[in-house]
Design a protein around this ligand. Structure first.
Ligand code: FMN
Length: 170
């Protein structure tokens, strides 16, 4: 697979944007939001980052129509490195394309409309279930705290695997 020449992302509340910018710093690649990526030539090889909604990498379908997507990063509330096979399946990402998941953040105040409503429900249902769970894993503790209090888990350390993969591309 050829070496990516740009980073393209779609973010709703800013966490995916933060990862895309950190990745740009670490790789030296230019970074574009999907909305502003019209200036990039069609079939440019890219790394795509999109926020996760119900397991779907937002904007990926559009990105794959226009660019050569060399790697996909889904940014969600789950732990970095979790849900990878689900994300690959839900989004029909071929086995030759590496998939990474990165833990983003959650801020109910940055959400609007139906997204806000969905997460209010999620907070009540999944939040309550997690709160009542006796033997929570450390990852579940983080998730519970995120859901209840909101928070930002974006860190450049979470990008280590993506950066290593990028550096290995010819
Ligand atoms: C409606 C909705 C559905 C979501 N579904 C998932 C999901 O399936 N898996 C996950 O890990 N995170 C999920 N999240 C959490 C977001 O992906 C997470 O907050 C992410 O950091 C948002 O990135 P952004 O700030 O770039 O928009 C969901 C959030 C919303 C609002």
């Amino acid at each position: 697979m050829e070496k990516p020449m740009a980073i393209v992302f779609k973010s709703n509340t800013g966490y995916t944007k933060k990862y895309a910018e950190l990745l740009a710093e670490q790789t030296g690649l230019p970074v574009y939001s999907l909305e502003q990526s019209d200036t990039l030539s069609e079939q440019t090889p890219i790394i795509y980052l999109g926020w996760l909604m119900a397991g779907v990498v937002q904007g990926y379908k559009k990105a794959v129509k226009r660019f050569r997507v060399c790697a996909v990063c889904g940014v969600g509330m789950g732990a970095t490195g979790s849900q990878i096979e689900d994300v690959r399946k839900n989004n029909n990402i071929g086995a030759e394309v590496p998939v990474y998941t990165l833990q983003g953040g959650f801020d109910l105040n940055r959400l609007h409309g139906v997204y806000k409503f969905m997460m209010q429900v999620m907070k009540k249902t999944a939040g309550r279930a997690l709160a009542e769970k006796q033997d929570r894993t450390p990852e579940e503790d983080v998730m519970l705290k995120l859901l209840m209090e909101g928070g930002d888990c974006v860190s450049s350390d979470n990008l280590a695997e993506v950066v290593t993969w990028y550096e290995q591309q010819a």
